[in-house]
Design a protein around this ligand. Structure first.
Ligand SMILES: C[S@@+](CC[C@H](N)C(=O)[O-])C[C@H]1O[C@@H](n2cnc3c(N)ncnc32)[C@H](O)[C@@H]1O
Length: 258
């Protein structure tokens, strides 16, 4: 199977609980190495003093909050967004601490440790819940991805593991990058995490397409639309071997030219 699984397919078939169980198995309190790699880089980026400001928007948040735990130390307002209703509902369940919501506490504890245990993990959860001001619908293929909501441009855009799934080819990838850049102030930062060499990933029994990207394609796409890539790190895949086809994880940050 090689056809592109577009937004309507996500809306119908992306099961947040199956996704969380497959990619974020936290029973027993262990944080697997992919997450450790990403969390360490995000902690470093958001404590650098460079990537900070009033507001950050996370694009394609899905049902996850791990990516926001260090970001909420550097930004007062966090806006999260996703295309599917079910993902936004799952996020809202965590936000109001609803019974049955996903238990992120092993990840929260891990990030507290990375940040020097300045606050307890429960304080950290409270801080993130207070920082998240809006949960919005988003489509990266729209000129204003948050339409019909119109926001002033923000200081930082974050997006994790979203564009490889949302874009059918490199042309669409560049368009999606341009679209999310419309939300970012000149001089602001884009923080992107994702996978290289992707073909597909599974959510439960359902197959989703993945866009094949290389470090060069990503760097060229970003410099072509006015970014300066300041850091790009990769880590060879060690997890999720049976459920997804790709070669490496990456984390990058890039500054939008002023
Ligand atoms: C692999 S999940 C990543 C979720 C989460 N950010 C993470 O790091 O695990 C991909 C996410 O992209 C979202 N998505 C797919 N197409 C989209 C689109 N056109 N616009 C915005 N989000 C989209 C999906 O709903 C899904 O939540």
């Amino acid at each position: 199977m090689s056809e592109f699984t577009g937004p309507d397919f996500y809306q119908k078939n992306f099961d947040p609980k199956a996704y969380l169980a497959m990619y974020y198995p936290l029973e027993g309190g262990t944080v697997h190495e992919h997450l450790q790699f990403v969390l360490k880089r995000l902690a470093r980026i958001f404590s650098s003093g460079k990537v900070k400001g009033e507001t950050i928007i996370d694009i394609g948040t899905g049902p996850t909050i791990y990516q926001l735990l260090s970001a909420c130390e550097a930004f007062n307002n966090v806006i999260v967004s996703d295309f599917t209703d079910k993902n936004r509902e799952e996020l809202k369940a965590w936000l109001i601490n609803q019974p049955g919501a996903f238990d992120w506490s092993p990840v929260v504890k891990y990030v507290c440790q990375l940040e020097g245990n300045r606050i307890s993990w429960t304080e950290k959860e409270d801080r993130l819940r207070k920082a998240i001001k809006q949960v919005l619908r988003c489509d990266v293929m729209q000129n204003n991805p948050l339409s019909p909501v119109v926001l002033p441009q923000v200081d930082c855009i974050l997006s994790c593991l979203c564009l490889e799934g949302a874009c059918k080819d490199v042309e669409a990838y560049v368009t999606a990058l341009k679209n999310i850049t419309n939300l970012l102030k000149p001089g602001g930062y884009l923080v992107l995490t994702g996978v290289l060499g992707s073909h597909y990933y599974m959510v439960g029994e359902v197959w989703f397409s993945g866009l094949f990207l290389t470090e060069d394609i990503i760097k060229e796409s970003l410099s072509g639309i006015g970014y300066i890539v300041e850091n790009f790190e990769t880590s060879a895949k060690q997890f999720w071997k049976e459920v997804s086809g790709f070669s490496d994880f990456f984390v990058l940050f890039a500054r939008r030219s002023a």
